[in-house]
Every structure is written in C-alpha cells, then in structure tokens.
Design a protein around this ligand. Sequence first.
Ligand code: NAD
Length: 415
Amino acid sequence: MSHDIADPGLAADGALRVEWARRRMPVLASIRERFEKETPLAGIRLGACLHVTAETANLMETLRAGGAEVALCASNPLSTQDDVAAALVASGIPVYAVRGEDAESYYSHIRAVLDIEPHITMDDGADLVTTLLKERPHQLPIGSTEETTTGVIRLRAMARAGVLRFPVVAVNDSATKHLFDNHHGTGQSALDGVIRSTNILLAGKTVVVIGYGDCGIGVAARADGMGARVIVVEVDPVRALSAAMEGYQVTTVDEAARVGDLFITVTGDLHVLRGEHFDVMRDGAVLANAGHFDVEIDLGDLERRATGKRRIRHELDEWAMPDGRRLHVVAEGRLVNLGAAEGHPAEVMDMSFANQALAAEWLLASADELEPQVYRLPEALDADVAAIALEAMGGRLERLTEEQKAYLASWEMGT
Ligand SMILES: NC(=O)c1ccc[n+]([C@@H]2O[C@H](COP(=O)([O-])OP(=O)(O)OC[C@H]3O[C@@H](n4cnc5c(N)ncnc54)[C@H](O)[C@@H]3O)[C@@H](O)[C@H]2O)c1
C-alpha cells in the first residue's frame, strides 16, 4: 500500500483499531502531549521500518506531534495490518506495506522510505539500516534506533566490523523494553498466534520452547500456566540451569523432537529445527517461530522431505511426510504472534514505543557527542517510563526516607 491507494472503508476500521490501542498506551500519550508543546523533532524527516500495527500507528502519530515528517514501511512481510496502514494513509502518513508482500516489494518499500532521505531511521531487525548502508552509502542519517534483539546483534556486528557509520540507540536494551515486551508481550502473543491458528488445547500438551532468553522465558511461563508440560532447549548453561530450576525439563532438540506436541523457536538463530528433527517428530506436531527472522525452522529441509502441503486453517500449513505423518507450520515460520495474531498487546508496546520516541529525541539532542556505535538510552529514562506505566496500572511507588538514603549511600553503617 502507498499513499495514493487509500481505501476509506478499510481506513475507518483501522482508525478504530488504532483508537482501541491508544487507550492502552498511557506512557506514549504523555510523551505525545509534551511533544505537541515542545516539538523536539521539528524539521526532522524520520523513516521507520516497523511492524505496521495499531500500536505503531500511535507511535507514528506521536512522532508527527513532535514535529517530524514520517514515512513507514513494514519490518516483516506478514505483519502488516492493512486496515491500520489505510488509516495512517488517510491521516496523511505515507505507508509502504501490504500484508503478504513478496521479497521484491518488501525491499522496494524499504527504498521508498529511504527516498525521503531520513535524518533519523527507526528499525525493527535492522533491514532499513543495512539497505541504506549497502545501497546509499552517501545518504547518512544523524542516527538510528533499533527495536529488537536480532537487530541489535546485527548492528553490534556492523560496529565491530567498522561498517556502521552513524550512532544507533538499542531500544531493545532498555529494561522497560525487553523485560516487558520480549517477556510478557511475546509470552502471551506467541501462544495467541498458535491458538488462533490451531485452536489446540494447551493443557496436557508437551510444549518445547527452544531458546530461554527474554522471550523464551515468557513463552515457557505462559505455556506452563495453561497446563502444558514444558521442555526447554538452551545452549547457554546459565539460562538452561535457570530453566531447570523453574521446574522445566531441559534437554536437546534431538530428544525433545521425539516427544513434543508444539514447538516454539525463539532463539534468533538459524535452523534450530531441521531435517533430522522433522524425521522423528510425532504425527500432528505443530511448529511455530517467535524469533525475528523466518530462519529458525528450516522450511527448505521440510519441503525436500514432504510429499505435499495444504493450507488447512488460518495461517496453518499441513505438510505430509512420506510415512503418513503430518507436521504443521504456523504463519510460514515467520513471527507467529504477528503472522497469526495481532502482535504484542498495546500495554507492552506502550513502553517499547515510549522508548523509541525518547530515543529519537535523545539522538537529536546528543548527536554532537555520539560516535558510530550502538548506545543504550540513559537509565533515568527507563525509570521515567516505568514510573508512568506503573501509575497507569494503579500501582504506587514506595519512596526512600532521608535516613534510608543516607544508610544506603554509606559504607560505615554496617549494623
Ligand atoms: N515475536 C516477537 O514479537 C519478538 C519480540 C522480541 C524479540 N523477538 C525476537 O526473538 C528472538 C529472541 O529474542 P530474545 O530477546 O529472547 O533474545 P535472547 O538473546 O535473550 O534469547 C535467545 C536465547 O536463545 C538461545 N539460543 C541461541 N541459539 C540457540 C540454539 N541453537 N538452540 C537453543 N538455544 C539457542 C540463546 O542462548 C539465548 O538464551 C530474537 O530474534 C528477537 O529479535 C521477537
């Protein structure tokens, strides 16, 4: 979709969805109010490559309220909510994205956003930055922001290789992003995607969670809470031990492949489920990926083995194996929560996108002092975001007394 093909009916549906999300995004609302008064982004062109969802629409409106001219494309071919894209277009924000687009149009849409020659780029997975650096090395922005773990890993690799040419803020590294978005957001919405696509009962099922990082911890906890028997697969000994102490069985993919009913990959890594695992999986097994790219389930290996494939339900493909077993893949192995459901709930995107808006402001204010490196946002901003979100949830923060402050700051008063 681009700005010249807006659909009024679709746009009206999208506007309602955006309004519904807005009511659950109090932190972003408070930033928007301040941005309207202070316009810290006045005169700035901002190009964003994010999942085109109702929550992202609220971020775009906040950035525009701050004075920026914004343009948006998708960060995943399957994650665009077309009604939301139409609503944004109707409100005057150019959007280049359509759900189910192929790789060619995905990258042509990224180029359309780069055509506005952004002063700031905003990424989810680093596709915008990598395309810019490869194809337009002379069109450097003031800086960029990055939403997700996989994008931050790519950007740190670029910084190490000396190819990163401008500063980037790793929004993912803010505590109020990864401790809530990755953990609670992915935990709930990954299962939401699996349920919408399969409608299977989780109680009593064996759910294999591959990758026990910020996202995997949330997925395992939610599956456990719904009565599943959870098996965790991890390569990091500390994280594996922590899963074991939560009471989960911890083992290898080879072993888990034989017993799992549902597999959820969330590693950010390549081919964690592959041919040898497909060979031993049980008839009816369901495979879903919640990691950023569609590389965690090796669909090439599955295709080479299978005798056929049919779309059996919403975003669910059934692959027939030569021995009669059927394996099911949700959302073509792409981000299950965005491909088969609606992505994270607004309450967690509120904090992630509050960090994005603050990161754009901070980049501009600090540009003179920053190097072409990956930065975290100052911790004080994390505390501000958390305090507003807590208050919006009806929570109240305890305050240190003067005596306690003195005690905690001293080394003399041991007892
Ligand atoms: N679905 C979403 O909406 C969503 C939200 C946030 C992040 N993500 C993505 O999810 C992925 C994971 O993010 P995270 O924040 O949990 O990262 P993380 O680094 O905290 O966790 C990843 C874990 O996977 C483990 N791992 C790596 N390779 C493995 C392998 N071959 N087998 C088993 N374990 C392996 C790592 O040791 C690590 O503990 C990333 O791609 C990230 O971009 C998705």
